[in-house]
Each structure stands twice: as C-alpha cells, then as structure tokens.
Design a protein around this ligand. Sequence first.
Ligand code: ZN
Ligand code: FE
Length: 255
Amino acid sequence: MAIDIHQFPCLSDNYGFLAHDRDTGAVASIDTPDPDAINAALSEKGWTLSHILNTHWHPDHAGGNAALKEKWSCEIIGPRGEASKIPGLDRAVGEGDLVMLGKSRAIVHDTPGHTAGHIIYHFEDDGSAFVGDTIFAMGCGRLFEGTPEQMWGSLQKIIAMPPETKLYCAHEYTKANAAFALTVDPQNQDLRARAAEVERLRAKGVPTVPTSVGAEQATNPFLRAENEQLKAAIGMTGANAVETFAETRRRKDSF
Ligand code: ZN
Ligand code: FE
C-alpha cells in the first residue's frame, strides 16, 4: 500500500479525497468540490498539492480547479472526452492511460453514462478506485449524457475489479439509495441487512464511503439486472440486463 487516502465532507453531500504517495510526497485531490475545504485538509495533513485528478466536468467536481491551480501550480489531469469543459486541464486521459502519482500508478477507465466523458482512476496496487459519480453505495449516477447501455458497460468495468477493491464514490447518497433499493429488490437479504446497518451508521453521522466491489455486487440493484427476483419485482421477467437496468434507473429517477 503506497498511498494514504484522506477523506472529508464537502458542500452538502460530496466527499473530498486527497491521495498521498508515501514514497515521494506527491498529493492528488480527486476532483475539486470545494477549494477551501481541500486547502484546510491539506494544511491539516501538512501536505502539498501536486495533482488534481478530475472524473468529470460537473461544477461539484471541477469547480475548484482554478482556485487550487492558482495557489499550488498543480498539474490537472482529466477526461479527454470533456477536455474543453475542465478548467485548467494540463493532460487529457482516457481508457487504458496510466497516471503516476509519484511512484503510485492509476489506470484510467472511460465510464460514460453520467456524463459523456466520465473517467475513473483505479490504483490497482492499492486496491482503491476513485469512481466519481459512476457508482454509489447501492446506487449509480443519473444518466445525464449517456444511455443505459453505456452506463451498464461502465459498471461492468468496476465489478471486474477484485471484490475487496475500495470504491471512493463522490457523494454520501447511501441512505436514500438503500431506501430505493429495497423497493426493487425486497427479497435480497444482504441488501436488507446492509440497509439496516446504513441506518445505524448515518444516525451517528458515520460515512458509508468507501464501499467495496463485493458489497456492491451483493446489494446494488443497478448491478443486479440479471437477477430473476429483481426482474420479477419490477415486472421485467424475460427482459435482458440492459433493459432491466434502464427500468431500474427510470424508477430511481422518479423515486
Ligand atoms: Zn456529477
Ligand atoms: Fe457529483
């Protein structure tokens, strides 16, 4: 394990993440939801910002780029597919590209769906992935710029990672996601147990991020589009995975 990850709340329900490469002291902010909160976190840790790794262009992810670059002269890396919308971008990356944070290496995956050019950063050797607004605990990003088929493909890249992989999602949406998940997958015992646990944690203000690939495979209704019980529960018996995913997403949009 070569990186330390510092997580802190930003804005109303975002998380900020700083990744610190122990060997070299390089530090990346994953997205830039709130530059003041990120600067406070940096000074608390005594870290110097060297990189920004953006997942997508939305203002709660790239809105702090300019202020942080001005202060730290850091290198900004972000999605090639939406390069013109990322303030201060220095290097555009996409599927299969490698990003070095000091001696730590992340592989980039394109995960279109929430936005057209959304990317995620997988630090394979550390078993950690920064997934932006692609997947959430028991949820997934809204399809603002992509199709259900694209998002289903993007989610497959995440569940192809080892089950213990930690997923650092950008929002604390878990409690609302669990409430929705129970409406489409009510017979799932793992989901019921997790929903109860989340209720307890959130009552105490404990973060439910990061989640893990294994936990999502068992409980995330957007990954269970091949499950017959879930299909039956939403009237999609006989439908394929993409159709079932699309119906689940449609229901969540109006939940
Ligand atoms: Zn977003
Ligand atoms: Fe967001």
